[in-house]
Design a binder for this molecule. Structure first.
Ligand code: GTP
Ligand code: SPV
Ligand code: MN
Length: 601
């Protein structure tokens, strides 16, 4: 091993400290270096100068392509390997001592086998490369709800993305030095060979090992690996929740803001809802939506019994296709500069382009870097993404930086349900709400490899992300309902109900505000509902539809209740809960049976 740029026992950015509280970190870095054998080690400080140097280096080696700097200053395009464009759920493992602790919802390997498999892959994998050490904090640096981690990677693209997505560098290292506890994430792109690719989690050791992918959730270890799979495990033992949820603030014309957290599966509308711009009439009255987070929510009970939430991320890794000035103007405004685009197409004058951008321009190059040919598929990969700092979002909430978090008034679950499920309904109480979340179903999307449009159960949008047995996870959710708790109301929404002709019945996007308005009126006890066995549906006229063109079919399907269809759905939910055996909480099974029976009456 030659030319290690820094003595690993003295990280340059911990200047002034004696390093003793970083002994565990330094020892781990030395151990990883001995295994992976990099040519150099670089401790990331998160500075602009460091970023500029990495960007210049990636431009030279082709990892990044400079985009049109007049229209998109500071923005770059990355083309990932064509076999490395999405999360890989079949190669993602949770390694717990007992297989039952990982549950039927996870692929499992014993920790010993997991380490052996991964260490064999990591052996010598960084020869000829630089090893980057990235200290990061998930959540505001000063928040007691935040947690730190360190990612070691050989990918400068990962460093550049982690710099946007997390609070990375010196302040995070200082917090790690204070707390001495951190999540360890080891990542190498390896040879980007899908046959030699694994994303392995060791929740009992707060450790992640990821090999063979440079893409999104597989490689930016602070995101799904740490902030959901490891954090959900940590949250269970510490009494909080780590969820795949957006967080938004809904401000009414009186200036009151209510915070809503919503769990939708990947590519099912979190970024869009988090950045919603109210329809014109609402805007004129003074309604506003504030964006706190678009993907992950950590929440825990405060002294007043309410749930307080932070967004552990500092940026957005958002789906590009479909993002337009019409669907999501805030996202579009956010990504006009200092943005990394991954796997989008480009125009003749080197601007980023994707399907649904609808700005009158045309692509000339596709996401693979080939001349665009519509006959050969889309210009942008369906899971192409933008990485951008949350601070560039015009509606970024100042409360997103509040170390105390924001109090949550409503929790929303939802998925892509072309049939049966109405636009919105409210759970009767917390236990019913937990069942509504546990029973969630959705069609699969391009965010993970595999078939798209296949219906599956995706409880709380956490199927790919829960780091432990779902039965225990539902039990943990149920445990929040205790004396003194002031829990949010729980709702279910479906923006994706289709008509007989296959088109969406609900206009969605900005118009979703109408549904949020009804929810907050329900929270305040101001809106009426119709009680059905599946929960409360909006009573006729209680959800404002003024200016929305809905036909007979739309009204019937979006606000109706199909008893026979729900009987079949509840039979299927019962079978699903049974897959978890005796670990499934009785309270949830009782709730399922109570509703199944009510549906028969
Ligand atoms: P991840 O980042 O993968 O977790 O996705 P996400 O949940 O943030 O999804 P996102 O908001 O990026 O939306 C994904 C896709 O759903 C885009 O193609 C959107 O255009 C579409 N979409 C979002 N909201 C709506 C809606 O209200 N109605 C309809 N019909 N489509 C929507
Ligand atoms: C998702 O798939 O839910 C994402 C993108 O948010 S990734 O970071 O790849 O997980
Ligand atoms: Mn997501």
């Amino acid at each position: 091993m030659n030319a290690i740029s820094h003595d690993v026992s003295k990280p340059v950015i911990a200047a002034g400290s004696d390093g003793s509280r970083l002994a565990a970190l330094n020892a781990w870095v030395a151990e990883v270096a001995a295994l992976t054998k990099p040519d150099a080690i670089h401790w990331c400080d998160g500075s602009d100068a460091e970023n500029a140097k990495l960007i210049a280096q990636m431009e030279r080696d082709g990892t990044l392509v400079k985009l049109n700097q007049q229209t998109h200053p500071g923005s770059y395009l990355h083309r990932s390997h064509p076999d490395d464009v999405a999360r890989v759920e079949h190669l993602t493992f949770v390694c717990t001592t007992n297989q039952d602790d990982a549950g039927p919802n996870n692929h499992w390997m014993s920790p010993a086998d997991g380490h052996d498999k991964m260490d064999a892959l990591f052996d010598g994998c960084m020869k000829g490369r630089t090893m980057y050490v990235i200290p990061y904090c998930m959540g505001p640096i000063e928040s007691p709800l935040s947690r730190c981690g360190v990612e070691i990677t050989d990918s400068p693209y990962v460093v550049a993305n982690m710099r946007i997505m997390t609070r990375m560098g010196a302040p995070a290292l200082a917090r790690i030095e204070r707390e001495s506890k951190f999540v360890r994430g080891l990542h190498s792109i390896g040879e980007l060979d899908p046959e030699r690719r694994f994303i392995m989690h060791f929740p009992e050791e707060l450790t992640i090992k990821s090999f063979g992918s440079g893409y999104g959730g597989n490689a930016l270890l602070g995101k799904k690996c740490h902030a959901l799979r490891i954090a959900s495990h940590q949250a269970r033992s510490e009494g909080w929740l780590a969820e795949h949820m957006l967080i938004l603030g809904l401000e009414n014309p009186q200036g009151e803001t209510h915070y809503i957290a919503a769990a939708f599966p990947s590519a099912c509308g979190k970024t869009n809802l988090a950045m919603l711009i109210p329809p014109e009439g609402y805007r004129a009255q003074g309604w506003k939506v504030w964006t706190v987070g678009d993907d992950i929510c950590w929440m825990r009970p405060g002294a007043d019994g309410r749930l307080y939430a932070i967004n552990p991320e500092a940026g957005f890794f958002g789906v590009a296709p479909g993002t337009s000035d019409k669907s999501n103007p805030n996202a579009l405004a956010s990504i006009q500069m200092n943005t990394i685009f991954t796997n989008v197409g480009v125009t003749a004058d080197n601007q980023p382009w994707w399907e649904g951008l609808d700005n009158g321009q045309q692509p000339v190059t596709d996401w693979r870097g080939n001349a665009f040919d519509a006959a050969k598929g889309p210009a942008a990969h369906p899971n192409s993404r933008f990485t951008v700092s949350a601070k560039q979002c015009p509606t970024y909430s100042p409360e997103a930086e509040n170390p105390a978090g924001v109090p949550i008034s409503a929790i929303v679950f939802g998925g892509r349900r072309p049939s049966l499920v109405p636009l919105v309904f409210e759970a009767r109480d917390w236990t019913h709400g937990v069942l509504v979340g546990a029973a969630m179903g959705s069609e699969t999307t391009a965010a993970a490899t595999g078939a798209v449009g296949v219906m599956r159960r995706d409880p709380m949008a956490m199927k790919p992300f829960c780091g432990y047995n779902f039965a225990d996870y539902f039990n943990h959710w149920l445990s929040f309902d205790k004396a003194g708790a002031k829990l949010p109301k729980i709702f279910h929404v479906n923006w994706f109900r289709k008509g007989d002709d296959g088109s969406f019945l609900w206009p969605g996007f900005g118009e979703n505000l109408r549904v949020l308005e009804w929810m907050i009126q329900r929270v305040k006890g101001e809106a009426g509902s119709v009680e059905t066995p599946i929960g409360h549906l909006p009573a006729d006229g209680e959800l404002n539809l003024e200016g929305v063109a809905l036909g007979e079919e739309g009204r019937a399907k979006l606000f109706g209740f199909d008893r026979a269809g729900w009987q079949a759905e509840f039979a299927s939910i019962g079978e699903y809960l049974d897959e978890y055996g005796p670990r499934m909480p009785q309270a949830l099974k009782d709730e399922q049976q109570r509703i199944a029976k009510a549906l028969q009456d």
